[in-house]
Design a protein around this ligand. Sequence first.
Ligand code: HAM
Length: 416
Amino acid sequence: MNLRAVRGTRDIFGPEMLAWHRAESVFREVTNSFAYEEFRTPLFESTDLFKRGVGEETDIVGKEMYTFEDRGGDSLTLRPEMTAPIVRAMIEHNILRHHPLTRLWYAGPQFRYERPQKGRYRQFHQFGAECIGSEHPESDAEIILLANEVLRRFGLTNIRLELNSLGSSEVRASYRSALVEYLRLHINKLTPDSQRRIDSNPLRVLDSKEPQDIAVVAGAPLLHSFLDDASATHFAAVRALLDVVGVPYVVNPLLVRGLDYYNHTVFEFTTTSLGTQNAVGGGGRYDPLFAMLGGGNVPAVGFSLGIDRMILLLEAEQGCWSEKPIDGVYICAIGEAARLPVNAIALRLRRNSIHVVTDLLRRSMKAQLKEANRERVVWTIMIGDDELANGTAVVKNMESGEQLTVPQYQLESIIA
Ligand code: HAM
């Protein structure tokens, strides 16, 4: 039997892993500088959480969830996103009672049954942050700037920030009716998918990529002409906060996002380097979500970035992932007698946090030296019968080729 990773999942290893490590250290650095704390939730939750939180009519809940019944008969779902689980946890632990403003970040795998292609997987990874408890535009701006800073610090340049406002929930509702009325007039010109969405999720018709739909949408009423004063003021304030720090964006009046919990500010980071998977990340304000999950009236805003897509983009922009850094030592045991003492030296160096490679294949000296080159070490230490007898070691600098004989007890200080 030919065992392979399940379609839409993949293994991450080798040079790509270095890019993941770099991403993870950027997440930690940037979230720390914005004073966000890490939060981890389980990989699966009760199915109800996503039905209520993300919305029954969304693509995610309608056709993409990995839902199963466990042995106890409960319906569980592998998390397709993190915002609903975070809000569930906030309510469950009553965190806001002691921290009425809570700033959190997370990173980890998510699961959606989508058609796999480059940049789109069934198990993918998100990094995200949520700012919970403030209704003010400063928190929208903080969240956008945090995401922007992560992308910038990670080294991505070909990224565009798109922004829109959905207005208050009331604005959204009255816009929805106007849009449905318009779409019904043009129903025959829409794709079957969009025809179906008129009743279930009409705002999604706006971000259809199908030329037929785009032509109809071109004449549709626009959301921002429905904004009430408070919503327009909120949106203007978010834009002013981005302007003042010089972060560029474009207002995209057709940006609506695919999840039900948003109101007011929504945004997406897009790229032209990944073909059709052009969204690197997205988010927005989700004031209705706490109430949808029984948590009262709590304003909040957040985003998630697709880590797999960030990594692919880095490769696309830079031509390759970076090479393994040159680091540490290779200890080469020459002859039978050296094998035992070499292990003691290796452990000593490792306890000094030095990166040490030893031979586990009992290879010849020539083969070990070749391996030392492949391992990209700074030094090779060679110990044979003479060195054992004298308590010394031959140390070779792999870059200059220079070689010297030193007492074994000095190895740490020479290498450090
Ligand atoms: P989302 O737009 O569904 O938002 O996902 C955010 C990002 O996750 C996308 O922009 C994309 O980069 C990545 N992503 C989504 N699906 C896949 C996939 N199948 N394969 C690879 N990458 C994917 C959310 O999930 C919201 N929870 C964001 C949010 C947080 N809103 C408020 N707070």
